[in-house]
Design a protein around this ligand. Structure first.
Ligand code: RIB
Length: 299
């Protein structure tokens, strides 16, 4: 089972700050780093490091070599990534001492993923393969519809939430991997009530499966009558960026290997815990061997 991830590739410009900048305020950063990122790239890196066969499709500018190198060295196929005339997408990320972040993305080449690019990428995949998508590329609606039409298992991380995303044929999505805030946006049920969010999701999308991450409260998997839950692994939070992406990549990689639901959610939780304890987005993603060692130690 192959995974095609049509997703964003960003250069992350990361500023360490005492607190997030407020309106009318100027603050001095405590440190600066440039990293590889983008929800799409981070998830492909996690998939590859977890041992899945992953093909990343998307678009970078002339300045995107570093991102291709990161994907290749993780073990992801990059032959479906196009060179755009637009500059590579980037993100401006503030990270506080406690590891919390806030992010602004600037689409750049990610907004130059055309219908033709999507058709070309999909041509090498068939029923039984997985199509993974997030909401950081252009023509997401087309990708969902075409992926479904070809019989691929369509898995969506509906992030960031936008009106354009809500207007997509979300009824064609087979699995949603999302956090409670995204769950609230899709159901209207308060994120404070995770059971209610899950109920709302099931009601709105009766045929889909859900992986709902709940921050400090862990994560839940639900599909039909099947359910599994896992708490978080407590770590010293350094940078939460890409924790959700790591979770997503390990969960899907486990699916391609036929892991049962309990193992899926446990390994994804452990991988995401390790990512939180490290700085950066893609650079924080652990290998499968690191996750196994972590679980052997922590249970
Ligand atoms: O999920 C984290 C990612 O969101 C960052 O790497 C940033 O590029 C944005 O896409």
């Amino acid at each position: 089972m192959k995974v095609l991830n049509i997703g964003s590739l960003n250069i992350d410009k990361v500023y360490k700050v005492e607190h997030f900048v407020q309106a009318k305020e100027t603050i001095k950063s405590l440190g600066y780093e440039e990293n590889s990122g983008g929800k799409g790239l981070n998830q492909s890196v996690a998939l590859a490091k977890a041992g899945a066969e992953v093909y990343h499709a998307g678009s970078v500018g002339k300045d995107g070599d570093m991102l291709l190198d990161v994907l290749k060295s993780a073990g992801a196929d990059t032959s479906l990534i196009k060179r755009s005339e637009a500059p590579t997408g980037h993100a401006i990320i503030q990270v506080e001492e406690n590891g919390q972040n806030c992010i602004i993305i600037c689409g750049g080449a990610n907004d130059d993923v055309t219908r033709e690019d999507i058709d070309k990428a999909l041509s090498g995949f068939e029923k039984g393969d997985i199509l993974l998508l997030q909401n950081e590329i252009s023509n997401l609606d087309y990708a969902i519809e075409k992926g479904h039409e070809k019989g691929l298992t369509v898995m969506l991380n509906p992030s960031p939430i936008s009106d354009a995303l809500k207007a997509c044929r979300l009824d064609l999505v087979d699995y949603f991997i999302l956090n409670e805030v995204e769950g609230e946006a899709l159901t209207g049920v308060s994120a404070e009530d995770p059971e209610g969010v899950l109920g709302g999701l099931k009601k709105t999308f009766p045929n889909a499966g859900f992986v709902l991450t709940l921050g400090e409260n862990g994560a839940v998997f639900a599909k039909g009558d099947e359910k599994a839950a896992h708490g978080i692994y407590k770590v010293k939070a350094v940078d939460t960026t890409a924790a959700g992406d790591t979770f997503c990549g390990f969960f899907i990689a486990g699916m391609t290997k036929g892991w049962d639901k309990d193992k899926l959610i446990k390994y994804a939780s452990a991988a995401s815990g390790i990512a939180v304890s490290r700085p950066g987005a893609a650079p924080s993603v652990p290998t499968l061997a690191e996750v196994e060692a972590f679980i052997a130690d922590r249970g």
